[in-house]
Design a protein around this ligand. Structure first.
Ligand SMILES: [Zn+2]
Length: 306
């Protein structure tokens, strides 16, 4: 099941707390119907559960059963109201007079109380919403077909400190969020607490993975640095041997050279531990520096080149 469907399923299980909230939720659903006109209200719900939600809220709000036409099964469900009188009656409940209606505006007096605003978010997400799987990225969108309405819903969200981005996509006006904080805040206000927990978990995992990647990159580059230094040391040892100087060095330096040649990939700390008697890392480092310095003295001409 997609994350969107999961969120919608969760929202469908919430019982509206009060009559005002049932109205606000249904209001949001109707405003974000796929088709909203004075002749027809049609919602592609996708699931029978959401279709039932619309029917039961409409019955609770109006106190009567409207002639909703229900069709399709799982994945293709939709509900439609095509009876003119029924459309008129439902819209009148939100203070629209569809016999004279030209543009759809947000009637904000249905959305004054905090409880109703949360229910309204639930409604608009249920019919107009999409949320990306949090493992793949953070996106929450509400798509509607009416421009003025989109602006006014955007302003309402702004008042709720949930200012969305806004983009036109073909015939749709899309309000969207791309940051996890606001998506979490939106879903919390709508009541989708389980979805919020999933988002938070995905976020923790993603942050942890980033941290691990950074650490691995850092360790890899340290390892390269070790190999680089070891390469210089091996060159120095080879030069000393070629010049016949290696045999003339004292025991500790010869041992250091031998250990480096036997363990080209070892770190200084590892080599220091192998020395007999063991020596501190800085002590071993001193021996290595001594070897490279002696080798450098063998090739003064190279120094001048640099
Ligand atoms: Zn309310």
């Amino acid at each position: 099941m997609s994350f969107s469907a999961e969120v919608k399923n969760e929202l469908c299980r919430i019982q509206p707390a009060k009559a005002c909230c049932a109205l606000a939720e249904l209001y949001g659903m109707v405003l974000y119907a796929s088709v909203l006109s004075g002749q027809e209200i049609r919602v592609y719900t996708g699931t029978p559960r959401l279709s039932r939600r619309i029917l039961s809220l409409s019955e609770a709000v109006l106190g009567e059963t409207l002639p909703w036409e229900v069709s399709g099964g799982e994945g293709r469900s939709s509900v439609a109201l095509t009876d003119r009188e029924a459309v008129k009656k439902l819209c009148a409940r939100f203070d629209y007079d569809v016999s004279s209606q030209v543009a759809w505006h947000l009637n904000g007096w249905h959305l004054i109380e905090d409880c109703c605003r949360g229910a309204f978010l639930r409604g608009i997400f249920l019919t107009g919403g999409y949320a990306a799987d949090p493992e793949k990225g953070y996106t929450l969108e509400i798509s509607g077909t009416h421009a003025a309405l989109t602006r006014e819903v955007s302003a309402l969200l702004g008042e709720m400190e949930l200012s969305p981005g806004c983009v036109r996509r073909r015939d749709e006006h899309v309000l969207y969020y791309k940051d996890a904080d606001r998506i979490e805040a939106f879903l919390t206000r709508a009541g989708a607490h389980r979805a919020v927990i999933r988002l938070m978990e995905a976020r923790v995992i993603r942050e942890m993975r980033n941290r691990i990647n950074r650490k691995v990159n850092c360790e890899t580059s340290n390892q390269f640095r070790t190999l680089d230094t070891a390469g210089d040391q091996l060159d120095a040892i080879a030069a000393l041997r070629a010049a016949g100087e290696l045999e003339r060095l004292d025991d500790t330096l010869r041992e250091a050279a031998r250990l480096r040649e036997e363990h080209p990939e070892a770190t200084l700390a590892e080599l220091a531990a192998l020395a007999e008697p063991p020596v501190s890392k800085s002590g071993f480092n001193h021996r290595m520096r001594r070897l490279t310095a002696l080798a450098a003295e063998l090739r003064p001409e190279k120094k001048e080149d640099r």
